[in-house]
Ligand binder design. Structure first.
Ligand SMILES: NC(=O)c1ccc[n+]([C@@H]2O[C@H](COP(=O)([O-])OP(=O)(O)OC[C@H]3O[C@@H](n4cnc5c(N)ncnc54)[C@H](O)[C@@H]3O)[C@@H](O)[C@H]2O)c1
Length: 301
């Protein structure tokens, strides 16, 4: 095993089951001290799911502590990060993984389905990551992973709330990659698919192929010190790993001083859309630099 996490502290949200549980177990097996966060259903007897995962880790010789704060509020996010610092003295890794779905076609989507899903996925990405990011800046190291979804990046019928939240975390990761760079803080995104309670019975023929552990391999690499990639999105499902990105086509330039009309745009739409020669901007200045060049202007720093 070359990727190790000795002396590192990881927070994995929603880690009582599914993908988060798998991430937590693998990180711990590689030496990380893990805060296993998940909600505690007070109506059930016995240890919570998070406590069970933490106990499993300890039984295997690792270090873990359960935490039951909700990721969906600023207070909950702060408490999760505080728990890591109180227990283990630092936070090196945050895997934002907790999630819910409240599906419904857009026309029928109620306010509660919209806000609850936005809070657990996109709100939480801020609430948990911000206090951790402040701490990571001070220590000069951090690895942050957001969990997106093909539904958000490519679209899926009946998941407008979930898709918007899952696309939103990409915007946050883009900015954290830029703001975190000088502090050795990496921020990436994973778009997984796996057999979990979230999609039980929905996977058809692929059910057996979609082990959560196959996603964890990519997640664990992305939060390791070996990974210096940042601001990137990786698809991981069923043993296939791929990069997803936002590309910018070369487009069509109307010319300096030109005033193209809607009809001109219509005439040119195929060359505007054409993908050959696309670029993958690393920040917003890429487009500005391109336009500056097209206009024959000097680049200014
Ligand atoms: N399973 C897939 O195919 C798939 C596909 C794309 C994206 N995802 C994403 O991966 C992540 C993990 O999903 P999963 O499939 O393992 O689902 P899961 O339902 O097995 O696990 C999600 C966990 O998050 C916890 N959670 C929910 N709300 C919470 C809150 N407010 N605070 C703390 N914990 C909370 C749940 O209790 C649950 O244990 C989610 O973000 C999901 O949207 C999963």
């Amino acid at each position: 095993m070359s990727i190790g996490f000795g002396d590192q502290v990881a927070i994995v949200t929603g880690a009582g089951t599914g993908l988060g549980r798998s991430h937590a177990l693998e990180l711990a097996s590689r030496g990380a001290m893990v805060v296993v966060n998940d909600l505690h259903d007070e109506r059930t007897d016995g240890p919570s799911a998070a406590e069970q995962v933490a106990a499993e880790i300890v039984e295997l010789g690792g270090l873990a502590v359960a935490n039951h704060n909700s990721v969906a509020t600023p207070e909950g996010g702060a408490a999760i990060v505080a728990a890591a610092i109180e227990e283990y003295g630092r936070v090196d890794i945050v895997i934002n993984n907790a999630g819910i779905v409240r599906d419904g076609s857009f026309a029928k989507l109620g306010v509660d389905a919209i806000t609850s899903v936005l809070d657990v996925h996109l709100g939480a990405a801020f609430y948990v990551t911000q206090p951790a990011f402040i701490h990571m800046k001070e220590q000069g190291y951090g690895r942050i992973l957001f969990t997106s979804s093909g539904a958000g990046l490519f679209g899926n019928f009946g998941q407008a709330n979930y898709a918007a939240a899952k696309a939103g975390v990409v915007g946050l990761a883009n900015v954290l990659a830029i703001e975190g760079a000088r502090y050795n803080i990496g921020a990436n995104v994973i778009a997984p698919a796996a057999r979990t309670q979230m999609n039980e019975g929905l996977l058809g023929d692929l059910n057996d192929a979609l082990d959560p552990e196959l996603v964890t391999s990519m997640a664990v690499f992305l939060v390791s010190s070996e990974c210096t990639l940042t601001g990137e999105i990786y698809s991981a499902l069923g043993g296939r790993y791929a990069r997803i990105f936002t590309g910018l086509t070369p487009g069509w330039f109307a010319g300096v001083g030109a005033r193209p009309t809607a009809d001109d745009v219509a005439d040119q739409i195929e060359s505007i859309r054409a993908e050959p020669g696309y670029r993958v901007p690393t920040d917003v200045t890429t487009e500005v630099a391109e336009l500056t060049r097209l206009h024959g202007l000097e680049q200014t720093e």
